[in-house]
Design a protein around this ligand. Structure first.
Ligand code: PEP
Ligand code: MN
Length: 347
């Protein structure tokens, strides 16, 4: 990883570096952070001579050689101070970042979604979620509808809140990017779909779209999870959040095996914010508060929670696992207390 002294390399400087790494069969990838560009060396970048030549250039601050399977996601990488900014908020700064909204947008009841969006804004969420296209285990269940995107775009316009939707293929990705969707969600079923991850990272590079990457539910280890996120960053988009969402087989009584406890492991290894999804983890509205409090106690930066103004009228997961906006408000207040406790001075 190459860090220039200035915010960015000039074209001539970039060309000079490209010709050096080219001699060693490597190429350069530019990664645009909010404040600074850094440059990853792609290929077999173990050549000490190549490193020394680049480090000796007058406009280079540092060349990092991190021995890690995820050298861009690594805590010690040049992105270690990178902040994921969504709307006007840096994720994990000052308070928990909360994404809330229905599992699935019902295209036949747009008003329920719009009312939920307003109620959630009032409850204090930072971003709205809502499934336009749904990955359903049962092929005969509702699969989503292109029309639903207009409903969530309307909700964004009315509330001013950034929006999060899951994308599963190129066509959905294109629609989401054309609509400037603020958060592209990669679901647990695609969490290790490397060609999709590369495509999402490439096409969203340099845009305002961040990515919420769920953990693979078949117990992706912390390293496998972080390495999947590396695909997104290495393809050009460093605005990535890691989302533990429970693994299978489930803990008897829950929908999955709750995994908020991996938050500190992730945070020790990578700079990326951790946004836990308690809804799919426990799978029942009545346990969502406990799992959320635990996630924040474990050091998570935020939460992604299913919420609906009238859960029983929702579709998808909403009737069983959505909490109401009123419960969301209480949950945010309680989580903020735990958050503050984390930052109390220790003697
Ligand atoms: C969802 O967020 O509604 C969803 C389908 O999530 P997951 O991919 O974690 O199952
Ligand atoms: Mn869901």
């Amino acid at each position: 990883m190459i860090i220039p002294k200035a915010d960015k390399l000039s074209n001539n400087q970039l060309q000079e570096i490209e010709s050096i790494v080219g001699e060693f069969d490597c190429t350069i990838l530019e990664i645009q952070g909010h404040n600074q560009c850094v440059y990853a060396i792609l290929g077999d970048e173990t050549h000490a001579v190549m490193f020394k030549r680049i480090a000796g250039l007058p406009y280079i601050r540092k060349v990092d050689a991190i021995e890690s399977p995820y050298k861009l996601m690594d805590r010690r990488s040049a992105l270690s101070n990178h902040q994921v900014r969504i709307g006007h908020v840096n994720v994990g700064e000052g308070r928990p970042f909360i994404i809330g909204g229905p599992c699935t947008i019902d295209p036949n009841s747009p008003q329920l979604f719009i009312e939920t969006a307003h109620a959630l804004k009032e409850a204090g969420v930072d971003a709205l979620r809502g499934g336009v296209w749904k990955p359903r285990t049962n092929p005969y269940s509702y699969q989503g509808d292109n029309k639903a995107i207009d409903i969530i775009l309307k909700a964004r316009e009315e509330t001013g809140l950034p929006i999060d939707i899951e994308v599963m293929d190129s066509a959905q990705l294109k629609i989401a990017l054309d609509s400037n969707v603020d958060i592209l969600q990669v679901g647990t079923r695609n969490a290790l779909n490397y060609s999709l991850l590369k495509e999402i990272g490439e096409t969203s590079a340099g845009t305002n779209s961040s990515i919420l990457l769920k953990r693979g539910r078949h117990v992706a280890s912390p390293d496998e999870f972080i390495a999947a996120a590396e695909y997104l960053v290495a393809a050009g988009n460093p605005n990535v959040m890691l989302c533990p969402r429970g693994t299978t087989p489930p803990l008897e009584g829950y929908r999955n095996h709750p995994d908020e406890s991996i938050s500190p492991l992730l945070k020790n290894r990578t700079w990326a914010p951790v946004v836990v999804d308690p809804s799919h983890s426990v799978g029942h509205a009545e346990y969502v508060l406990a799992s959320s409090l635990a996630a924040i106690a474990y050091g998570a930066d935020g939460l992604c929670i299913e919420s609906h103004i009238e859960p029983s009228k929702g579709i998808g997961d909403d009737p069983k696992q959505a909490i109401t906006p009123r419960e969301m408000k209480e949950l945010i207040l309680s989580c903020t207390q735990i958050w503050k406790y984390r930052y109390l001075p220790k003697d």
